[in-house]
Design a protein around this ligand. Structure first.
Ligand SMILES: Cc1cc2nc3c(=O)[nH]c(=O)nc-3n(C[C@H](O)[C@H](O)[C@H](O)COP(=O)(O)O)c2cc1C
Length: 380
């Protein structure tokens, strides 16, 4: 990579926002809102500020309402206190020259009664997603949820709108809808977890309806180029029964065709974590991102397992416009500088990923750059 022009380090325009590089920090749930109100803290502001050299930061998945919760110590964006907490974060990032979007999430059925005073969580249908919820008493199996009523779905959509408004008030630069694996939106998309017979179930159009209803209300609050959406079209393993099915490919073709008219900030696509051979989405095995590139005419952000080299390559070949990095940003707050000077990356401590304090959160050191772009020493 030495002395080679790196597309990752080029600036990039999204509407009226100028990203100083194409290295995006993907959302990372870190479980540091360790207070009863799930309010972002000064420690979180420090953590995000340390990573402000990214072209864009995506906040950790953030609850849009008290009903959307399902993982311990994850912050919300539905109370006045939470908005005030997020103001600390956005100010810290802006003071350090960065940009930050709020990732708006709802976990739907993948939750646990421990979060709702013993009441069942709700999802598209009364079908257990067969996954786990990280409760205050540790990881617990999800129960069979309650089916959301249509009135509750409409309320949920309004919750996203209010959260989007709150994100604006809190000083965010935009919002990303969290439609990643494990969340409410993919539960609606999936044939396994959506057996509804009303306007939100059955056909591809009906199962995808909630996405566009959420987008439409958010676009009453934000300009479209400040709104994005993140999907994991091919989630496997630890995510329970929401896995690709025979309608996944036509479902995403339908979604992308509609999204082509939205002029969003970007479409964020997570790659396959496993070999797709023998699965209903096997045809995506060798042309994954180019498939989405082909069907989506707007800006595309690629994610999952990218390295400096593979990210520069996908940008260079034009298959993506931006690349997001999750795990690498945990132990490398100065990831962009490490790419710039070809410095080695630090390893993460898995024990401190989801809970704790500053340990394994804000104490990962920056690399020491000694003027030689292929060598460095770690500061301790
Ligand atoms: C500790 C951790 C927490 C995560 N939390 C979120 C989250 O809140 N929202 C989300 O969309 N993805 C989340 N992800 C997924 C990442 O955003 C990203 O998609 C994934 O790590 C793959 O990118 P990578 O290979 O660069 O790490 C999380 C990943 C990790 C490792």
């Amino acid at each position: 990579m030495k002395n080679i022009v790196q597309p990752l380090l080029e600036d990039y325009q999204i509407g009226d926002l100028k990203l100083k590089n194409r290295v995006v920090m993907a959302s990372l749930t870190r479980g540091r809102a360790t207070n009863a109100g799930l309010v972002p803290t000064p420690l979180m502001a420090r953590y995000y500020a340390q990573r402000a050299s990214a072209g864009l930061i995506l906040s950790e998945g953030t609850w849009v309402s008290a009903k959307s919760i399902g993982f311990i110590h994850v912050p919300g964006i539905y109370t006045a206190e939470q908005i005030e907490g997020w103001k600390l974060v956005t100010k810290a990032v802006h003071d350090n020259g960065g940009l930050i979007f709020s990732q708006l999430g709802h976990i739907g059925a993948a939750s646990h009664p421990d979060f709702f005073d013993g009441e069942l969580p709700a999802g598209p249908s009364a079908i257990n997603p067969r996954t786990h919820s990280f409760t205050p008493q540790g990881f617990k199996e999800t129960p069979t949820p309650r089916e959301l009523t249509v009135a509750e779905i409409k309320q949920t959509i309004q919750d996203y709108k209010q959260a989007a408004k709150n994100a604006k008030e809190a000083g965010f630069d935009g919002v990303e809808i969290h439609a990643q694996m494990g969340m409410l939106i993919p539960q609606f998309l999936s044939l396994a977890t959506n057996h509804r017979t009303d306007d939100y179930g059955g056909s591809i159009e009906n199962r995808a309806r909630i996405i566009f209803e959420i987008l439409d209300v958010i676009l009453e609050v934000w300009n479209s180029t400040r709104v994005a959406i993140k999907f994991t079209p091919v989630a496997y393993s630890h995510v329970g029964i929401v896995t690709p099915d025979e309608e996944t490919i036509p479902m995403f073709q339908y979604i992308l065709k509609k999204l082509n008219h939205y002029n969003l900030a970007y479409l964020h696509i997570v790659g396959p974590a496993e070999d797709l051979t023998g699965t209903p989405v096997e045809v995506l095995q060798d042309n994954y991102f180019s498939h989405f590139r082909h069907h989506y005419s707007g800006r595309l952000m690629a994610n999952l397992g990218f390295t400096q080299e593979s990210a520069n390559a996908i940008l260079k070949e034009g298959t993506a416009d931006l690349v997001s990095f999750g795990t690498p940003f945990i132990a490398n707050p100065d990831l962009v500088m490490r790419f710039k000077y070809n410095l080695p990356l630090s390893e993460i401590n898995r024990d401190t990923l989801y809970t704790g304090d500053e340990n394994g959160y804000t104490d990962y050191p920056e690399a020491v750059y000694n003027g030689n772009s292929s060598q460095s020493e770690e500061a301790n």
